[in-house]
Unconditional design. Structure first.
Length: 266
């Protein structure tokens, strides 16, 4: 039996391994030119120009994110060819076994095991890269993410233009909803600054796509107070964040002055 198909797939595997190797080399060589030394020369200490002042350099975390994205794309590019090679080797091993060409069948199986090992390694590298990217994205977040009250989608709730708060939560099910800013998945403490008279109050629920938190809105006799509802796990930053009145004591749940998200690692 002609072994050319196996040699051809082995060559393809070699090319894919080159892509994976290039991906591994992407991080240390990103932004370097050929022939650059391992220890870069220290730049001359010049005074910052006007363009430097108006166009500051990106933070190191953003540069690292760009490197990780480049690495991620190279590794992902190798997945398709490797999976195609696996399927072809399966067919080749089966065809050779039926034709009693056992040596060729065994060679195809051995090559398949090599490719399966490569796939497993790349899958683990992609997982590590994704974890690192999420960590860096979280580190770039501000300490407090303030959700604008005047931008909320309201149902049976009113925004008071003069006092700049959300009020008239007049029935269970009344809600305010926000489109989340571009935040990575993770845990975020939810802080509500609110005001509640003795005849106001009730229970509140905040939820994203999958997870939710609830809490009691107590009377605030000495002016506005801050209520920490706990840490909400956000799984999808493209899903809305909704604050809903579950129960109401009388006619209004509360006057909401602000809602903030604080990354849990801060």
């Amino acid at each position: 039996m002609n072994s050319d198909p196996i040699n051809h797939l082995a060559s393809a595997r070699g090319w894919v391994q080159f892509l994976a190797f290039a991906a591994c080399m992407a991080i240390p060589v990103f932004g370097q030119t050929e022939g650059s030394s391992k220890t870069p020369k220290k730049p001359a200490k010049n005074l910052p120009s006007d363009s430097d002042k108006t166009n500051p350099s990106p933070p190191p975390e953003e540069i690292e994110l760009a490197r990780l994205d480049h690495h991620h794309q190279l590794l992902e590019a190798s997945l398709g060819p490797l999976k195609t090679a696996l399927s072809k080797l399966d067919e080749l091993a089966l065809t050779n076994a039926r034709a009693r060409e056992y040596e060729a069948a065994i060679a195809a199986r051995i090559e398949r095991e090599h490719i399966a090992t490569d796939l497993d390694r790349i899958a683990k590298e992609l997982l590590i890269l994704e974890t690192r990217k999420q960590f860096l994205k979280t580190s770039l977040l501000p300490d407090h993410i303030l959700l604008p009250l005047d931008n909320a989608k309201l149902e049976s709730v009113r925004y008071d233009e003069e006092k700049k708060w959300l009020t008239h939560w007049d029935r269970p099910g009344a809600y305010a909803e926000w489109t989340l800013p571009s935040v990575p998945p993770g845990g975020y403490e939810v802080l509500l600054t609110y005001q509640c008279s003795p005849l106001e109050g009730g229970t509140i629920v905040i939820n994203e796509k999958t997870f939710s938190l609830s809490g009691e809105m107590d009377t605030t006799l000495r002016g506005p107070e801050v209520k920490n509802l706990g840490t909400l796990k956000i799984t999808d930053s493209n899903s809305p964040l909704r604050l809903t009145a579950r129960t109401i004591v009388k006619s209004n749940l509360m006057n909401l002055l602000s809602i903030e998200l604080i990354p849990a690692n801060r």
